[in-house]
Write a protein that binds this ligand. Structure first.
Ligand code: AMP
Ligand code: MG
Length: 417
């Protein structure tokens, strides 16, 4: 089962708008088991859009098209579709009623451009759009289903969820498709691939493995296809068990989730609390925790101790330790974590101090160096890591590394000394 994507819009080619539609469609369709065969991005130009349609026809079961359906004159997709499918425009009264109703609710006048949006190619099936004025359109020709949708991401997603997924499922899904997402951290992708080489080559023919890395976290996705759901479940369970034994200590979840969510869930289960003392991450770990609904159960607060004076005055880090070892040192983060834990009265505290870059590195402490400490009653674990040169990426990587250290403590992956 193959699918292709065509995104249309001058703004996509000049980098003014990032083509998030094709990323979203690609990811959703691949989860449904489609092989995404090709993506074309075209300008708002009738002949060039027709070129893209011709190139796609007959090469895959489905072609998903977004963009160029707006009410303005630069949106030319409908004209291209008319020519390509050799059809004509007719007013669709249901669409006209929906547009009139929507504009009335928003207190907007109905003008000629809106009226034109109710003109639909005669040979298509209309996919109504309750969140915007341009409906989607479903065409069938050359053994291919062509689906044209507006470019506005929320409208495209509405049409996909309401019309496209149910229709694609009933038309193309003869098999069950099941996924298992295994979330790992602490092992580089290339090393993981090496470690899993024989696992991968021994996978049954109906199971595929994908590596999806982000900020050091690797999501391993196993996708299985099969007629019998229970059998497929068992096949995937067996592979997950194999993975567990191959990378013990790196799997922090067997569901698609974030590391902070896993840490938060463990703390909540244990009835324990945590706080943060952040220098180089500047509150990013606090932000990650506070994005979790109900985090007040386990997250108490943060001291953003960016300045050495704050490290001393608020977190009680002795000035001579900062002087002797430098702000980015195991000794300082250990004191930061201990100070924050006492100040905020939590079971755990996690502290970061590092050089996010792009400047400020030295031979001993290059840009990308971070020291992280996790403190608990009567103990602490402290680590030093070196990441890259990009400031924002470093802040994210430092944060994930810090969360992983907390996870290791909570999950019993390392024993308290
Ligand atoms: P259109 O249907 O071409 O009128 O698109 C309306 C708006 O949707 C554009 O101005 C863009 O901001 C946005 N848009 C269009 N195509 C995409 C795309 N592929 N990815 C993300 N946003 C898009
Ligand atoms: Mg456009």
């Amino acid at each position: 089962m193959k699918a292709q994507i065509i995104t249309i819009g001058n703004e996509l080619l000049i980098g003014q708008t990032i083509d998030t539609n094709s990323a979203w469609i690609g990811s959703e369709l691949s989860r449904l088991g489609f092989d995404i065969y090709r993506k074309i991005t075209s300008r708002d130009n009738k002949d060039e859009i027709i070129d893209a349609l011709e190139l796609s026809a007959g090469k895959s079961e489905v072609v998903l098209i977004t963009g160029g359906l707006g009410p303005t004159s630069d949106d030319i997709t409908k004209q291209a579709l008319i020519d390509f499918f050799k059809t004509r425009l007719v007013v669709d009264h249901e669409v006209m009623a929906m547009i009139t109703d929507m504009l009335k609710k928003r207190n907007l006048p109905l003008n000629e451009n809106n009226r034109r949006q109710a003109e639909i190619p005669e040979s298509c099936l209309v996919l109504t759009n309750a969140v915007g004025t341009a409906p989607g359109m479903w065409f069938e020709k050359y053994n291919t289903v062509f689906i044209s949708m507006p470019g506005v991401p929320s409208e495209m997603k509405y049409i996909m969820h309401t019309h496209v997924f149910p229709r694609l499922k009933s038309r193309f899904m003869y098999q069950n498709i099941l996924h298992r997402n295994i979330m790992l951290y602490g092992i580089p992708e290339a090393s993981l691939a090496e470690l899993l080489a024989s696992f991968e080559s021994e996978l049954p023919g109906n199971v595929k493995l994908a590596y999806l890395p982000s900020f050091g976290i690797i999501k391993l996705r196993l996708t299985g296809t099969g007629k019998n759901r229970d059998t497929l479940d068992q096949v995937l369970d067996k592979q997950v068990m194999k993975l567990r034994s191959l990378v013990p200590g790196n799997i922090f979840s067997e569901e698609e989730t974030t590391m902070e969510t896993v840490v938060g869930t463990l703390l909540r289960q244990n009835g324990q609390t945590i706080c943060t003392a952040e220098s180089c991450t500047g509150g990013n770990i606090a932000h990650l925790f506070t994005c979790i609904p109900g985090c007040s159960d386990f997250y108490k607060g943060s001291v953003i101790a960016y300045d050495n004076g704050i490290k001393r005055k608020v977190l009680d880090v002795p000035g001579e330790i900062i002087e002797r070892y430098g702000a980015v040192s195991e000794e300082v983060v250990e004191k930061m974590a201990a100070g924050a834990r006492l100040l905020l009265g939590t079971d755990y505290a996690v502290a970061t101090s590092g050089i996010a870059g792009p400047k400020g590195g030295s031979e001993l402490k290059p840009v990308g160096t971070v020291c992280i400490s996790v403190a608990w009653e009567g103990g602490a674990a402290t680590e030093r890591h070196v990441f890259g040169n990009d400031r924002v990426i470093n802040i994210n990587r430092f944060s994930v590394a810090a969360l992983f250290m907390v996870w290791k403590q909570l999950s019993g992956m390392v024993r308290h000394p």
